[in-house]
Design a protein around this ligand. Structure first.
Ligand SMILES: Cc1cc2nc3c(=O)[nH]c(=O)nc-3n(C[C@H](O)[C@H](O)[C@H](O)COP(=O)(O)OP(=O)(O)OC[C@H]3O[C@@H](n4cnc5c(N)ncnc54)[C@H](O)[C@@H]3O)c2cc1C
Length: 376
């Protein structure tokens, strides 16, 4: 690939999958200048999805394959400021690093019921997972707040650990993520395995054991875990001039400004339903590939255009989905005949796009993708 106006020093802030993929992509595209990745977690990048699916469940691996790129790593140090004019990033150890090209990949953190510093457990980092795993080992009663995929996976893991588990759900579990048919199938599987679901919206925590709902009722447990969404890590960019209406908005190539791109959970990107964050693993990877190329080749880089891929494992069900969820209405069954699986289903959106979903079926992802885009 021909490189034009190639930066000689590229700084990647954030050592998650977006940061790592950006490094891989830069080197794969021929970038042979200085590459430095800064991460505030004092460890190598790891798989966040594995925290709730394997580490919490059976202590399974959360490790990623070793990186294929060469980069200097500055770990256990956070970026605290960015001076766009002088092209420098300030770090919390008092030093600063210059760049010609900057990749912003600082991801997001768990939203907390009572704001930053409130007492409930959350699951975002490896440290969070280790703490939660240790607490679950004592088989406490557990209250999980939030019925999205993460809350459901945590509830599932806690049940497997032998805990009594109550899920506080502000609506049908995973309805907005998966659609009614799959929400019902997963809810049925959860209840069959012993999950107690309390319908209601959490208003706050009044003691270390007590959750208060908006209707004034309380739910108690030995361990409170919230899974109520994430907040992008943009605090260090507050005075950079890069934020738009409180968001870090990238163009279709991940570009934020001259010599600056962003990728992953931190960034809002153009989608078919507007500019928004897509806080998913495969999205972070695809965004980082595009953003890295855009840093090197500008308009010659391809625009972000990918089929979303999502998966979850909980309550004995394993779901893989390609295409845009949620899926409305009844599915067409391509394999099997029940949303409880083993099956492969397809929905067609009003705009003609398809989403294909496999439940407890070992269908290869490329085949699932073909089913989403072309039907049976
Ligand atoms: C438990 C769990 C399960 C999940 N399961 C799924 C799933 O099944 N499927 C799916 O698609 N997605 C899943 N996700 C979401 C997925 O993990 C994220 O979308 C993905 O990790 C985003 O990658 P990222 O690199 O953008 O951000 P992150 O993974 O958050 O990495 C960003 C890194 O930057 C660091 N950082 C933050 N601020 C600074 C700073 N100022 N200076 C330096 N470093 C900083 C962070 O500490 C972090 O290490 C899951 C997430 C969690 C937490």
């Amino acid at each position: 690939m021909k490189l034009t106006e190639v930066p000689r020093r590229i700084l990647v802030i954030g050592n998650g999958i977006a940061g790592q993929t950006a490094c891989d992509s830069l080197r794969a595209a021929g970038f042979d200048g200085d590459l430095t990745v800064v991460g505030d977690e004092p460890r190598a990048a790891y798989s966040r999805p594995a925290l709730s699916k394997t580490l919490l469940v059976d202590g399974g691996s959360h490790e990623l394959a070793p990186p294929t790129h060469e980069a200097a790593e500055v770990l256990g140090v956070a970026a605290v400021g960015l001076d766009v004019e002088s092209r420098r990033v300030c770090l919390d150890d008092g030093s600063d690093l210059p760049y010609d090209g900057l990749v912003i990949a600082t991801g997001s953190r768990a939203r907390r019921l009572g704001g930053d510093g409130s007492v409930e457990l959350t699951l975002r980092t490896l440290d969070d997972a280790l703490v939660l795993r240790e607490r679950l080992a004592a088989r406490p009663s557990v209250v999980v707040v939030g019925a999205g995929p993460l809350g459901m996976e945590i509830a599932s893991a806690a049940l497997s650990a032998g805990c009594r588990v109550t899920l506080v759900a502000d609506g049908r579990p995973m309805l907005s993520h998966l659609g009614p048919c799959l929400s019902d199938a997963f809810t049925a599987a959860a209840v069959a395995r012993g999950l107690t679901i309390v319908a209601g919206a959490a208003a706050g925590i009044d003691t270390a054991r007590g959750l208060v709902l908006r209707d004034g009722s309380r739910v108690e447990g030995d361990v409170l875990v919230s899974a109520i969404g994430d907040i992008p890590n943009t605090g260090w960019l507050a005075t950079s001039g890069l934020m738009t209406g409180g968001r870090l908005e990238a163009d279709s190539r991940g570009r934020i400004g001259p010599g600056i791109v962003a990728a992953g959970d931190v960034a809002a990107v153009p989608t078919r339903t507007g500019v928004r964050r897509i806080p998913l693993w495969s999205s972070a990877i695809e965004q980082a590939k595009v953003a890295a190329l855009a840093l090197l080749t500008g308009d010659e880089a391809p625009e972000l255009d990918f089929d979303p891929y999502f998966w979850t494992e909980q309550f004995g069900l394993n779901l893989k989905a390609t295409g845009h969820l949620p899926a409305a209405g009844e599915p067409k069954f391509l394999l099997g005949d029940s949303p409880h699986g083993p099956s492969v289903m397809r929905w067609t959106h009003d705009d003609g796009h398809g989403v294909a979903v496999a439940v407890n079926h070992r269908i290869p992802i490329p085949r699932l993708r073909r089913m989403a885009s072309a039907g049976a």
